[in-house]
Write a protein that binds this ligand. Structure first.
Ligand code: SF4
Ligand code: SF4
Length: 152
């Protein structure tokens, strides 16, 4: 139970109220129902690890070696990762980010994608980055209607 907060005004009147308990997530936290009109994590996730047990088509993956990544990131990724376009957009992502998107290999997407939860800290962070870039630079490669189909 939260403690009551009391204000006493110059005229002697007093008001008192008990604030609601803190919520762990914003009340408008996204759910999986929002994913079809989002796609932020598939653009902001960096290189996505693909494990040996994933059924992900090999042609959409690459070795992370030679990408200039840190040893820590290379260790996290393992032998293969999803290819990306220059803006960071995963090659399997279809549609317009922030409007209508889908994963072209949904049933064969990597395990890390399956485990990523809508409404998680990473989800909220990706959506915030997407919102900022869309607001500040609508031509940002990978976000708008005219994203460039270039591997990076
Ligand atoms: S950032 Fe969150 S809401 Fe958007 S697609 Fe990813 S999991 Fe879904
Ligand atoms: S494989 Fe599919 S779910 Fe995973 S990052 Fe790429 S587009 Fe998103």
């Amino acid at each position: 139970m939260q403690e009551a907060i009391t204000f006493t005004f110059n005229d002697g009147s007093v008001i008192s109220f008990t604030p609601p308990p803190p919520v762990e997530k914003p009340i408008d936290a996204p759910t999986s129902a929002d994913c079809a009109s989002c796609g932020a994590c598939c653009l902001e996730a960096g290189y996505v690890a693909v494990s040996a047990t994933d059924a992900t088509p090999r042609a959409l993956t690459r070795s992370p070696k030679g990408l200039g990544l840190s040893d820590k990131t290379l260790s996290r990724l393992g032998p293969r990762c999803m290819k990306r376009h220059l803006g960071g957009r995963c090659v399997a992502l279809e549609g317009v980010v922030g409007k209508s998107v889908s994963c072209s290999i949904y049933s064969a997407r990597p395990n890390v994608c399956r485990q990523f939860e809508a409404g998680s800290e990473g989800c909220l962070s990706a959506r915030e980055q997407m919102r900022y870039k869309l607001e500040t630079d609508r031509a940002w490669r990978g976000y708008g209607e005219n994203w460039q189909d270039t591997l990076g």
